[in-house]
Ligand binder design. Structure first.
Ligand SMILES: C=CC1=C(C)c2cc3[nH]c(cc4nc(cc5[nH]c(cc1n2)c(C)c5CCC(=O)O)C(CCC(=O)O)=C4C)c(C)c3C=C
Ligand SMILES: [Fe+2]
Length: 482
């Protein structure tokens, strides 16, 4: 029997750690992932007030880029896990890479995703983890010490609103379940393509955390790893953040430093993805009584504008490119509907990518658009922002604004053409797997850079000043002397 074990989605009860008589990572277990730098603990201790103390999940390491500081990730998790399976990432112990690869090769595929609260009690600690990420709230280096207190503050203030949202979709995020299903489907699709691989799920802000998946990859002695973020387009705030976690670990751990890794940073441009999206759109359009009159309304998750304008996030460009590809595919099928792109889910007072979904919906209603098909395009699973924000809030707003016929394209989920294309992407990425080369620039190096820069500025200005004035000084000197 081959088992695919995962956090919440054990396919066959016989595969559960308990049934197998294996010791899982219990809620009080603490596995050391590396000798020095990564410790994964899932320990929950009751404090005097009956609350559960935050779990300690600390990963330290120097940053690979001058613009990033080392992050001591201390995740807040106030909810106790009840089963040992909960802390497992999706993996398969007994699979060995075969096909064209060397017999002893063990291929791993690490799926990176955001993660979501599974219960309402998880919401605040999940939000804390999210806002404590320096790729989500980007503070200047000097103010980084405020990251965690700020995360605590924002998560506490936002939790009631978020909880309402999660309550309205059944009390938690479906993300873990869907990601596990995608992992299982990918495993099957890879097998069909003659590649046996262990599939791991690593979430950025909730179980199973990326660090846990990485711990398991090491235990399984994987010899080649393909990293596949489940975001079609790259953003600093999503794939970038997860890859940073990975990179921080890689350069501190000799096993990972030597492990051939291939990272698929974005894949929205792949034919399989574009065609699968077009299939879904075509199918939903056909449900309308007058399909050709329907406006295709792409709604992408936003990011703060400065990510694109100041930090060079390619997200907006990739999103626009992605929409053009999907529309091109539809055109080639004779589907010539009008379309628009807007950005949803903004948080906080700063400017986000525009136009905003809610504002565009109102404008379209005012302009007399009567039929609209919403297409969530930045994510491949159903989640709170499709199930609550689009299906409830935006639908209501659209209908109030004069739009009469509303439809929504489902997320790709386990659509077979899509999963098969992801499997192709993995197979294609394997040959380019190589040890990740990271530039060793740690905090002290960066501080040195800053000191270096300041001293250069200081002495440079003095020198410039002296040089600028020197002819005059000399002549003034001369004049006084003469
Ligand atoms: C490509 C997708 C996403 C981008 C880009 C992104 C950026 C981003 N998100 C926040 C803040 C929040 N995101 C939240 C949930 C959430 N975000 C994404 C995807 C992207 N985020 C998903 C799929 C989810 C849902 C997960 C789920 O549980 O179903 C939340 C929590 C929900 C809420 O309170 O609204 C917040 C907060 C920021 C600040 C940001 C860019 C900087
Ligand atoms: Fe988000």
């Amino acid at each position: 029997m081959e088992c695919v074990r995962s956090g919440s989605g054990v396919l066959d009860p016989r595969c559960s750690p308990r049934f197998l008589g294996k010791k899982g990572s219990s809620p009080t277990s603490c596995g050391k992932a590396t000798s020095t730098n990564l410790a994964i603990c899932t320990k929950h201790e009751q404090n005097l007030h009956g609350n559960v103390k935050p779990s300690q999940l600390a990963a330290s390491g120097s940053s690979y880029s001058v613009h990033r500081s080392p992050v001591l990730k201390q995740r807040q998790n106030l909810s106790a896990r009840s089963t040992s399976a909960d802390v497992y990432t999706t993996f398969d112990e007994n699979v060995r890479a075969v096909s064209s690869h060397a017999a002893e090769e063990k291929v791993g595929v690490l799926l990176l995703n955001l993660g979501g609260p599974e219960t309402l009690d998880d919401v605040q600690p999940f939000l804390f983890n999210l806002f404590a990420d320096p790729d989500i709230i980007r503070l200047p280096r000097l103010f980084r010490f405020l990251q965690r207190p700020l995360a605590k503050l924002i998560s506490t203030f936002r939790a009631p609103k978020s909880k309402e949202g999660y309550a309205s979709i059944g009390g938690g995020s479906p993300l873990r379940k869907i990601t596990d299903e995608q992992a299982n489907a990918l495993k099957v699709a890879l097998k069909k393509k003659n590649l046996n691989a262990n599939i791991y799920v690593g979430m950025r802000y909730w179980y199973p955390f990326t660090e846990e998946a990485i711990d398991q990859i090491k235990k399984d002695k994987i010899t080649k790893l393909v990293v596949l973020p489940l975001y079609p387009q790259y953003s600093i705030s999503t794939s970038g953040s997860s890859i940073r976690v990975l990179q921080n670990i890689v350069k501190e751990d000799s096993y990972f430093a030597g492990l051939p890794i291939s990272i698929i940073e974005s894949w929205y441009q792949r034919d399989g993805y574009v065609k699968s999206m077009a299939d879904l759109i075509e199918k939903e359009l056909s449900i309308f009584s007058n399909p050709e009159e329907v406006m295709i309304f792409f709604s992408a998750h936003g990011v703060p504008l400065t990510y694109v304008t100041d930090a060079g996030d390619p997200y907006r460009d990739q999103m626009e490119d992605c929409i053009a590809l999907i529309m091109g595919e539809l055109k080639s099928r004779g589907i010539l509907n009008s379309h628009t792109l807007a950005y949803q889910s903004r948080v906080g007072p700063v400017q986000w990518l525009k136009p905003y979904t809610d504002e565009v919906l109102v404008e379209l209603g005012q302009q007399g658009v009567k039929s609209l098909l919403a297409v969530p395009v930045s994510f491949v699973s159903e989640h709170i922002e499709t199930l609550e924000e689009i299906d409830m809030e935006y639908k209501e707003l659209a209908l109030e604004s004069g739009i009469e016929n509303w439809g929504r394209v489902p997320a790709l989920g386990c659509t077979s053409s899509f999963i098969s294309d992801l499997a192709d992407a993995v197979v294609e990425a394997l040959p380019s797997a190589s040890a990740l080369v990271t530039k060793e620039v740690d905090e002290s190096d960066s501080d040195m850079d800053l000191m270096h820069y300041l001293s250069k500025m200081f002495f440079g200005s003095i020198l410039a000043f002296v040089l600028l004035l020197s002819p005059r000084l000399i002549s003034a000197f001369r004049n006084t002397l003469l």
